[in-house]
Design a binder for this molecule. Structure first.
Ligand code: PLP
Length: 476
């Protein structure tokens, strides 16, 4: 037989031997876990699944697609080097139940991140456990509660300004506190109202500075005195530290507790439900109340320390969202102190630059100098029969994600814009030009926007309350 003929009639012995069927036959699943019936999932080929999800991803708008000026939620770009690190098998292959001596590298990263965040916040110690900003708030207020209880005080109220992020009063209410809202004076805390609101029932005052209008509370030390004189603690909502990192910090403003949003300020991706990370920092007198374990260092070894005397216990399984912690660590190492300071300067510069371009075209309530974000009012749109939401929807047609709208509640038809430090001047110029262009467009077109997106205008309330999540094949 010629060589050629042999090649034409191979017997595929090896392939037969390694066939899927053969392998299943030789390695049957144990009876107890083998399926009795085929699973109820759609019968679609792999490539159609890939096409489906690729198409969905193309319909989505993300920070990698374009400008995303979502105020108070800091959607800044997610550097790819942090993503690469988070995907490293060395990072993904560790198991939380591995013994301390096997994971010294991970513990070192967590320990150093605790120290770096403590420095950024001007706090004494930090827990990395909470999985989101709101869970950080819950952890912080649980510490407040335990602290007062230990000091023989049964304090029942949490005071907040009317500019507070919605999670603040929600968290306080979840922990059983009565929430007392105080009005603002020219966009800042009204000291007189604060003095009248705090007393022996006050457990804490929750504040962010710069506040959600992007205004720096210049009387913050006086605010701290008023709160502390009443025996209450001062909580800092540090979800967005962009304006002040490396410049000032909550510790220097005499705050006792704070949370960080690593998935906002520190360049970790967010949106779509996570994973997030909301570490909590506390001043020295509250250290012993932190959740356990925290990571400590002794004789150049790192340990999971469970020995905090007054600990509120655990707030999350294991030690926090490790992959987010790793991204933040890499980001901080890469930026360094100078990089962080520059970031803060750029965030404030960008915000004020864009404010200046837009303030004469919409309306700027309160004082003019802003920090990392600013809030405009769209109430003049009413003259054309339009609302802020219409402008926001129309931006999508022009390729932009909408800013945050209708928050904070004290600004009528609010439009909250945060350009972030990472965007270039050209982007801000183009965005401002687009807003101006929309203001000159036929109101009917604006009112029925968006027209160019995969999904047309939806009824948001209905979409949130009655989402349609069932599977339907295209063309069936
Ligand atoms: C985003 C945000 C929160 C809540 O953080 P989550 O991670 O979404 O729970 C709290 N306060 C402010 C000011 C925020 O911007």
């Amino acid at each position: 037989m010629s060589e050629y003929r042999q090649a034409r009639y191979p017997r595929h012995l090896l392939i037969e031997e390694h066939s899927k069927e053969r392998m299943v036959e030789e390695n049957p699943l144990p009876e107890s876990i083998a399926r009795k019936e085929a699973p109820l999932i759609p019968d679609v080929p792999e490539y159609e699944v890939a096409r489906h999800f690729t198409r969905l991803s193309q319909m989505n708008y993300g920070i990698d697609t374009g400008f995303y000026p979502l105020g108070s939620c800091t959607m800044k770009y997610n550097p790819k080097y942090t993503e690469m690190l988070a995907k490293e098998p060395k990072a993904t292959g560790v198991h939380p139940l591995q013994p301390e001596e096997d994971i010294q590298g991970c513990l070192r990263i967590m320990y150093e991140l605790q120290r770096m965040l403590a420095e950024i916040g001007g706090m004494s110690e930090v827990t990395l456990q909470p999985a989101a900003g709101a869970q950080g708030e819950m952890t912080g207020l649980a510490i407040v509660h335990e602290y007062h209880k230990n000091n023989g005080n049964d304090r029942t109220e949490v005071v907040l300004p009317d500019t507070a992020h919605g999670t603040n009063p929600a968290t306080a209410a979840m922990l059983g506190y009565k929430t007392i809202e105080i009005p603002s004076d020219d966009g800042c805390v009204d000291l007189k109202a604060l003095e009248e609101a705090v007393g022996e029932d006050t457990a804490a005052f929750m504040l962010t500075n710069p506040n959600t209008l992007g205004i720096f509370e210049e009387d913050v030390l006086e605010i701290a005195d008023i709160v502390h004189d009443a025996g209450a603690l001062l909580y800092y909502d540090g979800a967005n530290l962009n304006a002040i990192m490396g410049k000032s910090n909550p510790g220097a403003m005499n705050f006792d507790i704070m949370h960080f949003n690593l998935h906002k300020t520190f360049s970790s991706p967010h949106g779509g439900g996570g994973p997030g990370s909301g570490p909590v920092g506390v001043c020295e007198k509250l250290r012993s109340y932190l959740p356990v374990p925290i990571v400590t260092k002794k004789n150049d070894r790192y340990h999971l320390d469970h020995s905090l005397e007054n600990t509120i216990g655990r707030v999350k399984g294991f030690y926090g969202n490790w992959s987010v912690l790793l991204r933040t660590y890499a980001y901080l190492v890469y930026q360094g102190k100078e990089g962080l300071e520059k970031s803060a300067e750029r965030a404030v510069l960008n915000s004020n630059y864009l404010r200046k371009l837009l303030e004469d075209h919409l309306e700027l309530p309160y004082r003019s100098l802003r920090k990392h974000e600013f809030v405009l009012s769209g109430k003049r749109l009413k003259d054309k029969g339009l609302k802020t939401v219409d402008l926001a929807k129309r931006l999508a047609d022009h390729g932009y994600h909408a800013p945050t709208i209708y928050f904070p509640l004290i600004v009528e038809e609010a439009l909250m814009i945060e350009p972030t430090e990472t965007e270039r001047k050209e982007t801000l110029d183009n965005f401002a030009d687009t807003v101006k262009k929309i203001l000159d467009e036929d109101p009917e077109i604006v009112k029925s926007a968006p027209h160019n997106t995969a999904v047309k205008r939806v009824d948001e309330t209905k979409a949130a309350k009655k989402p349609v999540v069932s599977f339907r094949m295209r063309g069936r």
